[in-house]
Design a protein around this ligand. Structure first.
Ligand code: PLP
Length: 376
């Protein structure tokens, strides 16, 4: 097999070499960041330097960054820690928001996968119970960018707090937390070139936040436990590189759009979800009607190409996509959708090979491409 091609950057993207070096350097050292001796102080300095870089990525204050064990923990800790009795989330949120607590209410989305602001307004008007509204900045499956500043305007008028899961958006588009106006923002290092298993909650100054993990008082009492210094250091370096490289990621849209044009020429029955709205530059959600995504996945894997199906970033399982269902896609159609996500290592040649492989899979498996059988 020739070189394998990785087009699953929304699941996780390769670590930046500089981030790997930072992780290794910390791991070769010793010291608990809470210790007062010089070893501990050196580790503390690494954590605080990383905090500054992560804060800068979203134009926040370093003191408002709380390191977590990843995006899932960040989302869980906000939904549970914001101390609001009512939780209203968009229907296309990641499972780590949707399932963070019981009795979540879902805001519908349009057929383009954009949160329905009028519906949110109605939901908030229906009750005086203090609410937390959670709407992601960009969707992990379609890349659709959500009108978060508008969500904040509506929520504020109703006295609700707002959380934004920016895990997929960070490092792909510029984020300015004060302009967005949200109270809580979630980030994950491994989606932007840092290590897996480290993330952050970024708070608006003084936003109430009840710690999920209590004990040692680390992270200003907002997340107890000895700091993951190596993880934070890798996150910080990746965040700084991501901030410098936003133009490079923006440039991926030319490759993605060219790919979609090529695929549409091959298959007139093709469907791209969320393509009629503002999207992340790297994401394409593409259906090959009549061919199950699992079949396509295996065919592409055999061709050495990694893409993903449905909400497949969870433990290798391929389940029906709640995102596409919320957009009103029929079950059959949604079951044939793949997510192709480009990243900082993607080259034009990778896309050319993917288009050629897609053409071959379409020719072999698509009912639309097979010649009609003539009854004897
Ligand atoms: N939120 C979104 C939108 C995601 O895409 C993901 C991961 O796929 C997460 C949260 C979870 O992040 P982590 O893998 O760091 O737990």
């Amino acid at each position: 097999m020739t070189d394998r091609i990785y087009l699953d950057h929304n699941a996780t993207t390769p670590m930046r070499p500089q981030a790997i070096a930072a992780v290794e350097e910390v791991m070769r050292g010793v010291g608990n960041a809470s210790s007062v001796h010089s070893f501990g102080r050196a580790m503390r300095a690494r954590v605080e330097r990383a905090r500054e870089a992560v804060a800068a990525l979203v134009a926040a204050r370093p003191a408002d960054v709380v390191f977590t064990g990843g995006g899932t923990e960040a989302n869980n800790s906000v939904v549970r820690g914001a101390a609001r009795r009512r939780v209203i989330v968009s229907a296309i949120e990641h499972d780590s928001v949707r399932s963070a607590t019981d009795d979540v209410e879902f805001i519908p989305v349009t057929s383009s996968g954009i949160v329905d602001l009028a519906a949110l307004e109605r939901m908030l008007a229906a009750s005086d119970v203090p609410a937390l509204v959670s709407v992601m900045l960009a969707n992990n499956e379609t890349g659709a960018i959500q009108p978060v500043a508008e969500v904040v305007r509506i929520a504020r008028a109703a006295g609700a707090a707002v959380h934004c899961d920016a895990v997929q958006a960070a490092g792909k588009i510029a984020i300015d937390m004060p302009t967005l106006g949200v109270d809580y923002l979630s980030l994950s290092a491994h989606k932007l070139g840092g290590p897996q298993g480290v993330g952050a909650v970024v708070l608006r100054a003084d936003a109430p936040f009840n710690a999920m993990a209590r004990g040692g008082g680390q992270e200003r009492g907002r997340r107890a436990g000895t700091e993951n210094v190596a993880g934070a250091a890798g996150f910080g370096v990746a965040a700084a590189i991501a901030r410098e490289n936003l133009d490079g990621i923006a440039g991926l849209s030319a490759l993605r759009d060219g790919m979609e044009r090529d695929l549409a020429r091959i298959a007139p029955d093709i469907c791209f979800y969320g393509a009629d709205t503002a999207r992340l530059p790297n994401t394409s959600c593409v259906a090959m009607p009549g061919v199950p995504a699992t079949t396509q996945l295996m065919a592409f894997d055999l061709a050495g190409i990694a893409v993903s199906a449905g909400s497949a970033c969870s433990s290798g399982k391929v389940s029906a996509s709640h995102v596409l269902a919320a957009m009103g896609a029929g079950a059959g159609e949604a079951a044939s959708a793949l997510r192709v996500s480009l990243g900082w290592t993607t080259q034009a040649g990778d896309i050319a090979r993917f288009v050629a492989a897609w053409h071959e899979v379409y020719r072999r498996l698509s009912p639309a491409a097979r010649p009609a059988t003539v009854a004897a």
